[in-house]
Design a protein around this ligand. Structure first.
Ligand code: S3P
Length: 443
């Protein structure tokens, strides 16, 4: 455990550049490892989750190396040519690595064992086991469809058409990645759009992929299997999910003005910016451009008087990882913020509804927990009292970072029981935060 008390700070001022997008980083390594030839990646997130993906792809035959310049070079084995890993694949804390790699292994003639930490071993894998079983893969999973599990891939796998029962980009991606080495056409139907990085990148690598949207807005994504992927040069844009902590920090700490550079603003990810603006947040987009086929801008964020709102549940998939940060903003807004439709938050790295309710309550916020969301009555800008005892973060990086931010705008500070999980997605978070708050505590 590495505890830390995050103390109240003066105005946050300056410029930061958030690390590469986690979702895009995972996918660039996986697809690079399946292309024949050399893929070059810059801006890769070097967090523990992505390093787990890199280690797994190496264990299955690809070469994945970091040059001294910071660029990553991946030499792929070709679709269909993944090797059987000799040892269990240790997925650490990473649900994305686990579920997407299960998709890849499912249509290769290999057997792999997946293991993970205590948090990952509690998370449901049935959502990928079910469709991948229909495609021909077989599983020996721990009770309740959890890790550790053994997956025996099918060769050839059987193409399926699958309608997602939960809005999940991980499940969608697992099936599309399995479809890469499956003869014929594999189709995933998603009733609600989720992050579309897999679709964009599969196309970029040369896979034949079509998307049809019906009158209700459901998307049918089809991929032609036995694809040949061509190596790419990829620049990974900054992660909006990491930016979210600094956006909220600048909004709630009086006098702050922070420029956050290189933030990915793919519409399937940018819900947090829209919701914070609806709450009255001043977030200006500067220098909009494209990086790696994704919309990107620098965000100029100024301290703002926030007001509570009712968050439309339709926006949830485009900000599914940003609710812990949003809850902190809501705790300091004027009036009541109501969130709903957040059932999926209960099966993230921790139960983020229950854990954030307990954490914010301990810091002195007014929280009502409901089955599918939180109702938060804000302080109208007044600092939260802060915590006596350490907040339990339950191996969840986003709980640790959200409560760190809450500490900046508190009276007594907020103590987090363990900051180590932050390294799964944002190793430089504390360094960047300390750099922005150098003006010292508020008078
Ligand atoms: C991710 C999808 C989301 C998100 C996770 C990353 C991805 O999970 O929470 O952090 O890269 O596809 P779900 O698809 O399970 O909602």
């Amino acid at each position: 455990m590495r505890p830390r008390r995050f103390m109240p700070t003066g105005a946050l001022k300056g410029r930061i550049r958030v690390p590469g997008d986690k979702s895009i980083s995972h996918r660039s390594i996986m697809l690079g490892a399946l292309a024949v030839g050399e893929t070059h990646v810059t801006g890769l997130l070097e967090g523990e989750d992505v390093l787990a993906t890199a280690a797994a792809m190496r264990a299955m035959g690809a070469s994945v190396e970091r040059l001294d310049t910071g660029e990553w070079v991946i030499n792929g084995v070709g679709v269909g040519a993944l090797l059987q890993p000799e040892a269990p694949l240790d997925m650490g804390n990473s649900g994305t690595s686990t579920r997407l790699l299960m998709g890849l292994v499912a249509s290769h003639p290999i057997t792999a064992t997946f293991t993970g930490d205590a948090s990952l071993s509690k998370r449901p894998m049935g959502r990928v086991i079910d469709p991948l079983t229909t495609m021909g893969a077989s599983f020996e999973a721990s009770e309740g469809g959890r890790l550790p599990l053994i997956l025996k891939g099918a060769s050839p796998a059987v193409p399926i058409t699958y309608r997602l029962p939960v809005a999940s980009a991980q499940v969608k991606s697992a099936i599309l990645l399995a479809g890469l080495n499956t003869p014929g056409i594999t189709t995933v139907i998603e009733p609600v759009p989720t992050r579309d990085h897999s679709e964009r990148m599969l196309r970029g690598f040369g896979a034949e992929l079509t998307v049809e949207t019906d009158a209700e807005g459901a998307r049918a994504i089809s991929i032609r299997g036995e694809a040949e992927l061509k190596p790419q040069v990829i620049e990974v844009p900054g992660d909006p999910s990491s930016a979210a902590f600094f956006i909220v920090a600048a909004l709630i700490v009086p006098g702050s003005e922070v420029m956050i550079e290189n933030v990915g603003l793919n519409p399937t990810r940018a819900g947090i910016v829209e919701v914070l603006r609806l709450m009255g947040g001043s977030i200006e987009e500067v220098n909009p451009r494209e990086v790696g086929g994704e919309p990107v801008a620098d965000l100029l964020v100024r301290h703002s008087a926030l007001k509570g709102i009712e968050v439309d549940p339709d926006i949830v998939p485009s900000m599914v990882d940003e609710f812990p940060a949003l809850f902190v903003a809501a705790a300091m807004a004027q009036g009541v913020t109501v969130t709903s439709g957040l059932d999926e938050l209960r099966v993230k790295e921790s139960d983020r509804i229950a854990v954030m309710a307990a954490a914010l309550t301990a810091a002195g916020a007014r929280i009502e927990e409901r089955e599918d969301g939180l109702v938060i009555t804000g302080t109208a800008g007044a600092p939260l009292p802060g915590t006596q005892q350490a907040i339990a973060t339950h191996l969840d990086h986003r709980i640790a970072m959200s409560m760190a931010i809450a500490g900046l705008a508190s009276q007594a500070g907020v103590e987090v029981d363990d900051t180590r999980p932050i390294a799964t997605s944002f190793p430089l978070f504390e360094t960047m935060l300390d750099g922005l708050g150098q003006e010292g505590p508020a008078a």
